[in-house]
Ligand binder design. Structure first.
Ligand code: PFF
Length: 444
């Protein structure tokens, strides 16, 4: 059977950018900047994004394109049978991450629904706080929204690559940029916004330490969707004529643009209202809605913001779902329709304990972490870095000749940084990732 392909280059870039741009950019990035020293973090983060993230992304997309197969088979075909373990690990990572990512995705739907139905009218800051606490710790409501979120993912992925994922990305990514632009303008025109802009852009180097560097590299990987097979899978539907480095540059650029815009949206608002930029995860679901509620047309602004979060989350979630679906379809020769429904259902079930972990199952712990945090911890600290290191080693050492041929389109499109890229993959990126892995496991 002929393998499906993206309908166009733009389609691929938007879908891959959709995967990259997610809750990581809008929810996590601004609070990391807030907690880790503003502009200093930003600079370190951008350096990693370009120096290491871009190289690993080129390697992942090319690995998928060469193999024209899911991550498991891609590692096997290009690296050799032993390496397929890492392909399988990538699929497992995507599976696990989606299980709790979808729980958070569900919250975004809950907030959209509640805003539309006017449920937040007249809420004070304290009420937003207790609402968030009550929502996530409820035993049923977040699970219903988690199911709804997965179901929406199914509706998109079941229609395939160009008819489902590409089409959805072509609608949702422009929408995301429009919403973001609107919100940034609103935030920057608040009185006192400039203090936030200054905080965001002026580096405070006293925060520069190993923790900050590790957080910046970890975030660079997560935000670019690296190490979990997403770009290997998306790359496997990319035509042979496209330029991989060029496409990767676009994806990194768009991802950075959204993170920076999210910074311009969130930090000025937080400063204008004298809130704490290091407030952590609650920044998005508590602090910001409380701020928007104070503004004229506050509910409309809230709606735009929660829609933005939802769009960012769903375009990332579908890439994770596609990783698992491609693996099952290809390895077990099952139809896409049946696979998509079953895979999503199982991921939904696996996500249920993560949701309950924030409420009734809060006392159930694994290595002193609740299930939600535990899954985040093992995927972030073990699975994701291992997958990324394996990709680098296959690209830089095991199959460099094949990668060089693919990246230059069999010599037709010379890639001037090929040697730099090779050494980044061989030594610099794996060493940096291994250091972060060791640092986060033992020292933080
Ligand atoms: N890059 C996404 C974000 O920043 O939220 C998260 C993610 C999506 C990670 C898809 C990995 C992935 F395969």
């Amino acid at each position: 059977m002929q393998r499906e392909h993206w309908g166009s280059r733009v389609g691929f870039i938007l879908a891959a950018a959709g995967s990259a741009v997610g809750l990581g950019n809008i929810w996590k990035f601004p609070y990391l900047v807030g907690a880790e020293g503003g502009g200093a973090f930003l600079i370190v983060y951008i350096a990693f994004l370009i120096a290491i993230g871009l190289c690993v992304m080129i390697a992942e997309i090319s690995l998928g394109r060469q193999a024209q197969a899911n991550p498991f088979r891609a590692f096997k075909r290009v690296g050799g049978t032993g390496w397929s373990v890492f392909g399988f690990l990538a699929v497992l990572t995507a599976f696990l991450i989606l299980s709790f990512y979808s729980v958070v995705g569900g919250w975004t739907i809950a907030y959209v629904v509640k805003t539309i139905t006017g449920g937040f009218a007249g809420y004070s800051g304290a009420e937003f706080e207790s609402h968030f606490g009550a929502l996530v710790s409820n035993a049923i409501e977040p699970i219903v929204y988690h199911a709804a979120f997965m179901a929406l993912g199914v509706v998109i992925v079941i229609n395939g690559i160009s008819g489902g994922i590409e089409k959805a990305s072509k609608i949702m990514m422009p929408l995301l940029f429009i919403l973001l632009a609107l919100l940034v303008v609103r935030s920057l025109t608040l009185e006192g916004a400039m203090a936030g802009v200054e905080y965001f852009l002026l580096p405070d180097w006293s925060h520069l330490d190993a923790n900050m560097v590790a957080a910046a590299l970890g975030q660079a990987f997560f935000t670019l969707s690296l190490g979990m097979g997403a770009l290997i899978t998306y790359g496997s539907y990319l035509g042979k004529k496209e330029s991989v480095p060029n496409a990767a540059l676009w994806v990194v650029g768009l991802d950075l643009l959204v993170a920076v815009l999210a910074g311009f949206l969130i930090l000025p608002a937080v400063f204008a209202f004298n809130m704490d930029p290091g407030a952590g995860p609650g920044l998005t679901f508590i602090t910001l809605p409380a701020i928007f509620a104070e503004l004229p047309f506050g509910q409309f602004i809230q709606l735009c913001f929660f829609l933005l979060l939802f769009v960012a989350a769903i375009t990332s979630a579908i890439s994770l779902l596609q990783v698992v679906v491609a693996f099952i379809c290809e390895e077990f020769k099952v139809s896409r329709q049946v696979t998509t429904i079953w895979v999503a259902f199982v991921i939904f079930l696996v996500g249920v304990p993560s949701s309950l972990a924030l409420g009734v199952w809060g006392d159930v712990t694994l290595f002193e972490l609740n299930i939600f945090d535990f899954l985040g911890y093992i995927t972030d600290n073990y699975f994701l870095p291992l997958g990324a290191i394996a990709t680098c080693l296959v690209a830089g050492w095991v199959g460099f000749e094949k990668f060089a041929a693919d990246i230059t389109n069999q010599g037709e499109r010379p890639f001037v940084y090929l040697t730099v890229w090779k050494w980044m993959c061989r030594v610099v990126a794996p060493a940096a990732i291994a250091w972060v892995m060791i640092h986060s496991i033992f020292f933080s």
